[in-house]
Design a protein around this ligand. Structure first.
Ligand SMILES: *[C@@H]1O[C@H](CO)[C@@H](O)[C@H](O)[C@H]1NC(C)=O
Length: 253
């Protein structure tokens, strides 16, 4: 009887520990870096944020492999990343971690093997980080390191930003500096003379409207991947011009 109880206790303890590990939600992957010490090479990118400072994301950014990028659906999402010091203690900065924003796509290179240059091939989970970000968790000479990572909430300063590009009847609205989940799964626009209309994702973090919006003040509603919505009224004044950026006073937490 005592043995039975002991066995059950051990099982309960083991499943408790396993659950604790799973709840933590760390996944194994790899990281490299690009863009140079001033991170100029990280400007632009497949999410379309352009200047990372204007977008609110600075140099703590990364290009994600196909397995993670999901055709741009994760643009703006935040990941906490740690160099795996159990595997390569000599290349890691011990005890350090970083939170990066997904701002770019690391394309596959199927001409190269997955373990020698084809870092971003399917199904690898890879972060090609801006150099200043990489150097906060690992040594320059390492080049590539195994990491563990998990999705975390994004903390932003100020409200969600809207940059209006395109032309008459084709507005491309770049949505940036998004807090909380950081991503956008649906977006709506309203001109002062027209009703709410849903926009379509054009590419990356760019959302498209085919309405004539010139001379109207503009409002936006966005939905994040956790299903939360935010409505921001009259973010853009009626005298807006193409190429301008406007910040709302609201953001996801
Ligand atoms: C957000 O808006 C969508 C679309 O209108 C709706 O389906 C969803 O229920 C809303 N989410 C919440 C939490 O209200």
């Amino acid at each position: 009887m005592a043995v039975m109880k002991m066995v059950m206790l051990v099982f309960a303890l083991a499943s408790f520990i396993l659950k604790a590990i799973l709840v933590q939600g760390w996944t194994a992957g790899h990281a490299t870096f690009y863009g140079g010490s001033d991170a100029t090479g990280t400007m632009g990118g497949a999410c379309g944020y352009g200047n990372m400072y204007s977008a609110g994301y600075g140099t703590n950014t990364a290009a994600l492999s196909s397995a993670l990028f999901n055709n741009g659906a994760v643009c703006g999402a935040c990941y906490q990343i740690r160099c795996d010091d159990k595997k390569v203690p000599q290349w890691c900065l011990l005890g350090k971690f970083i939170i990066i924003t997904a701002t770019n796509f690391c394309p596959p290179n199927n001409a190269l093997p997955n373990d020698n240059g084809g870092w971003c091939n399917l199904p690898l989970q890879h972060f090609d980080m801006a150099e200043p970000a990489f150097l906060q968790i690992a040594k320059y000479k390492a080049g590539i390191v195994p990491v563990v990572y998990r999705r975390v909430p994004c903390k932003r300063t100020g409200g969600i930003r809207f940059t209006i590009n395109g032309r008459d009847y084709f507005e491309l609205v770049l949505i940036s500096n998004v807090g909380g989940r950081g991503d956008i799964t649906a977006a709506w626009i309203k001109g002062s003379n027209i009703e709410w209309q849903q926009m379509d994702r054009n590419w990356g973090a760019n959302w498209q409207s085919n309405s004539y919006l010139n001379g109207q003040s503009l409002s936006f509603r966005v939905m994040s991947s956790n299903g939360r919505n935010l409505t921001m009224l009259n973010v853009v004044p009626s005298n807006w011009q193409f190429g301008q950026t406007f910040a709302s006073s609201l953001n996801f937490k």
